[in-house]
Design a binder for this molecule. Structure first.
Ligand SMILES: O=C(O)[C@H](O)[C@@H](O)[C@H](O)[C@H](O)COP(=O)(O)O
Length: 261
């Protein structure tokens, strides 16, 4: 049987954060060993706040260091709004995480969308795909970009990135970045990494916390739901790890693993 996604459950976010940190740093080190940088995709929602809790504390040792200057940050999905708009994932991640890296410390390289194309979601997606092409080498030489890590959230309907349940975008097979004009979660116009890109990453980590996630976690982990999160689990198997708190998985029948790298 194919190996399945790892489910790591912690009593609360405070105990989840150090494990998430250790996991992200191990992906960072693998990326640096592979190509000298760490290519990571970040989502919006509640994730950036939890990431800040995990990554901003001072390192306890050399091996525990977040090497921000090696980080190349991309957005797993982004809303078609200006970069200072309250709906912008870029603005959110900056506010919650990157603006809190002490000035004078090494800083990450961040790749936002090109806001010159906000009126045309297809063009916005194509332009962002070109950002990936430049970073990951040309589409001719690589069929799909290989992120070192994608950090994802799960919506209460089982969506991840801007891949929504039952949406035709789930059948996309060739684009790396796709537009969506009818997102059920506002705002409606967005761009998102496609499912083949998500499942091609070296590692994928979901962070899901709070009792509000309980019902959808049951569907994702217990059934053959076809939900976007389930499709990611199926497409990545053991390369996928869920960092959850106890409230989010209360009553979910799926084996928890003790966290280890
Ligand atoms: O731009 C977005 O809408 C997010 O990237 C989205 O995919 C998010 O990760 C989930 O909706 C989970 O959000 P919560 O963590 O807030 O539940």
């Amino acid at each position: 049987m194919a190996k399945q996604a790892n489910l790591y459950s912690f009593p609360d976010t405070t105990s989840l954060a150090p494990a998430l940190r250790a996991y992200v740093i191990s992906c960072q080190e693998a990326g640096i060993a592979r190509h000298g940088v760490f290519k990571v995709g970040i989502s919006g929602g509640s994730l950036p706040k939890t990431l800040a809790q995990a990554l901003l504390p001072e390192p306890s040792s050399e091996a525990d260091t977040v090497k921000w200057d090696k980080w190349e940050v991309f957005f797993c999905d982004e809303r078609a709004v200006p970069l200072d708009h309250e709906d912008s994932n870029y603005a959110l991640v900056k506010k919650e995480l990157f603006n809190k890296i002490p000035a004078g410390s090494p800083q990450p390289t961040i790749h936002p969308i090109d806001t010159g194309y906000l009126d045309d979601a297809q063009e916005l997606a194509d332009q962002y795909e070109q950002v990936l092409v430049r970073s990951f080498a040309s589409r001719d030489s690589v069929k799909l970009p290989i992120f070192d890590l994608l950090l994802l959230g799960s919506g209460p309907d089982g969506h991840t990135c801007s891949l929504f349940p039952g949406h035709e975008l789930l059948r996309e097979t060739s684009a790396w970045v796709a537009p969506i004009e009818d997102s059920p979660k506002p705002p409606p116009r967005r761009v998102t990494l496609t499912l083949p890109v998500v499942t091609h990453a070296v590692r994928v980590a979901f962070v899901a916390t709070g009792a509000g996630k309980k019902d959808i976690m049951k569907e994702i982990f217990e059934g053959d739901s076809g939900l976007p999160c389930t499709l990611v689990n199926m497409g990545t198997g053991e390369r996928c790890s869920w960092f959850v708190d106890a409230a989010a998985v209360e009553g979910v029948s799926y084996p928890r693993r003790p966290f280890s790298l």
